[in-house]
Design a protein around this ligand. Structure first.
Ligand SMILES: C[S@@+](CC[C@H](N)C(=O)[O-])C[C@H]1O[C@@H](n2cnc3c(N)ncnc32)[C@H](O)[C@@H]1O
Length: 258
């Protein structure tokens, strides 16, 4: 099997160092991640479509179906970026009250510009860190997160905070890249994710360094089974995950106990 680190490119080394020494330099890593997303924000959506051959939108819609929020309910999208999940949520139910939170101002600016052109519903975009959510306990009927948990410094803090702001019985759905269990498929996927993504992301997304960091963020991320355990440890019940694309993508779902 190809070890993920074998796929590391030169440009990713700085990012990889930050990932490995995260506890000691957590604030440094947070700043690095925020600045990196600020750099790639203008071409982020286009790069996503190219890198996933357009499949990322279908994965987001699948995640939203698993959320099943009540009609007209309030939903928080963590690490909303340019608002892809937010706008999918509003298309399923324009009466929904959706709040997106992200710590990267250029991403939020693009989300607000997109909101002005969206025909359905309205959303609020808030600047903030998902490890310290600026919302009251039990404030939301559901929460979503897409392609972001790998990037946060303290996964457990984010899970605990998400649980706090959900009302009892509400779900948290997390969509992200995973680690395929089949060795052959994992090898192929790693070749793509650690080898092709930095090259293609550099061309389309405008920063080869940023698109070298994104794969390295998976290296130290728990696999799907362990992430499910982290959901349980944080206090979620009915924690489960749905693997897509042979486990290259995973959707985790947890419920706040009633
Ligand atoms: C890969 S993008 C995903 C954006 C969006 N969820 C999507 O599906 O396209 C990751 C986003 O997470 C944000 N982010 C990373 N760490 C964060 C944190 N600790 N607090 C808030 N936002 C964070 C970044 O600014 C970036 O916009």
């Amino acid at each position: 099997m190809l070890h993920p680190d074998e796929g590391r490119l030169r440009q990713g080394l700085e990012a990889e160092d930050l990932m490995q020494s995260a506890p000691a330099r957590s604030s440094g890593r947070s700043v690095y991640v925020r600045e990196m997303f600020a750099r790639i924000a203008p071409r982020y959506d286009a790069a996503n479509r190219v890198l996933t051959a357009g499949l990322d939108e279908a994965w987001r819609r699948r995640a939203i179906r698993l959320l099943a929020p009540p009609p007209g309910g309030s939903v928080l999208d963590l690490c909303c970026g340019t608002g892809d999940v937010v706008f999918h949520l509003l298309r399923t139910d324009p009466a929904m009250r959706v709040t997106g939170i992200d710590f990267c101002p250029p991403m939020l600016e693009l989300a607000r510009q997109r909101a002005a052109g969206e025909a359905r519903g309205s959303a609020e975009f808030v600047e903030g860190d998902v490890a310290e959510l600026p919302f009251a306990q039990n404030a939301f009927d559901g929460a979503t997160m897409a392609f972001s948990l790998r990037n946060v410094v303290d996964i457990d803090a984010v899970l605990t905070e998400t649980l706090r702001v959900l009302r009892p019985g509400a779900r948290f759905v997390n969509l992200d890249v995973g680690k395929p269990p089949n060795p052959l498929w994992r090898r192929l996927f790693n070749l793509y994710f650690y080898g092709v993504v930095p090259l293609l992301g550099g061309l389309v997304g405008g920063s080869r360094q940023a698109y070298s960091y994104l794969p390295s963020s998976l290296t130290h991320h728990p696999d799907a089974a362990h992430l499910r355990e982290r959901f349980e440890r944080a206090g979620f019940t009915h924690a489960e995950y749905v693997p897509l694309m042979g486990g290259a993508i995973a959707i985790h779902v947890g419920t706040k106990p009633t």
